[in-house]
Design a protein around this ligand. Structure first.
Ligand SMILES: [Fe+2]
Length: 246
């Protein structure tokens, strides 16, 4: 089975389109989305339309999805993120608002041996930033593999012989073969708002038969996304950060 693993689109239609275009000739059996469909970007309705058209899509909710549909307050968000959430609340169609409220809470175990979550397997809102967090997270799932998002950084943590080692993925593409006897926590990076100083959209493909995961980065029409953010009177910092990849 081949899985497209992607996360954190944040209302960026152009980035999502580039990922789907880039994978259109690759065989994908399942789409696994790790949360944050909306928030920050200017195209929440268009992103939800595209996503709901995908067959074999499995999703968990992100903190921005929860805040937009009112399942969470905006108090924990910084002023710019909170402004984007309020704008998205006003802009989002009713049918998509109810879709956000019905998204599953992670962690979920899918296909018996894959765990998926937004932040971490012990708290959907927690950021796994570094090996210390990863050691704790490995204690909260039983499968050999757990995919997570939320930090917007492509990363692999491998647990083997009671040690945990993290690797920040900077090569494009970058492929790993999963080792027998090891367990993995893997973040594909962010589609719509990368924060690793690389503005290109990030995603990964997991091939369960080959036991391989390949990370990719793809250029997208960044200028168009920025133009839409400014035209929507969203905070201009949201357009600037896309260009910087922060
Ligand atoms: Fe996010």
């Amino acid at each position: 089975m081949r899985y497209l693993i992607f996360s954190d689109i944040h209302g960026n239609l152009e980035a999502l389109e580039a990922v789907l275009e880039n994978t259109s000739r690759k065989k994908i059996d399942y789409y696994i989305f790790l949360g944050d469909l909306v928030g920050y970007g200017a195209s929440p309705n268009e992103v939800l339309k595209k996503m709901t058209a995908l067959k074999h899509l499995i999703m968990v909710r992100g903190n921005h999805d929860k805040a937009v549909c009112g399942l969470d307050s905006i108090q924990t968000f910084n002023p710019i993120a909170a402004a984007a959430i309020q704008w998205t609340r006003k802009t989002l169609l009713k049918k998509y608002m109810s879709l956000l409220s019905s998204l599953a809470k992670g962690p979920l175990v899918i296909h018996k041996n894959i765990t998926i979550c937004h932040g971490s397997p012990f708290d959907e809102d927690y950021y796994i930033f570094g090996e210390f967090d990863a050691v704790e997270a490995f204690g909260y799932f039983d499968t050999p593999l757990c995919f997570f998002g939320h930090t917007h950084f492509p990363f692999i943590y491998m647990e083997k012989d009671q040690t945990v080692e993290g690797t920040f993925i900077q090569e494009n593409p970058f492929e790993i073969k999963l080792e027998k006897g090891a367990r993995y926590l893997i973040n594909p990076g962010s589609v719509g708002q990368p924060r690793d100083r690389n503005p290109r959209a990030a995603y990964a493909i997991y091939d369960s038969e080959q036991r391989r995961i390949k990370f990719y980065r793809v250029e997208y029409n960044l200028k168009e996304s920025q133009k839409k953010i400014l035209a929507a009177s969203l905070p201009s910092a949201l357009a600037e950060r896309l260009g910087l990849g922060i």
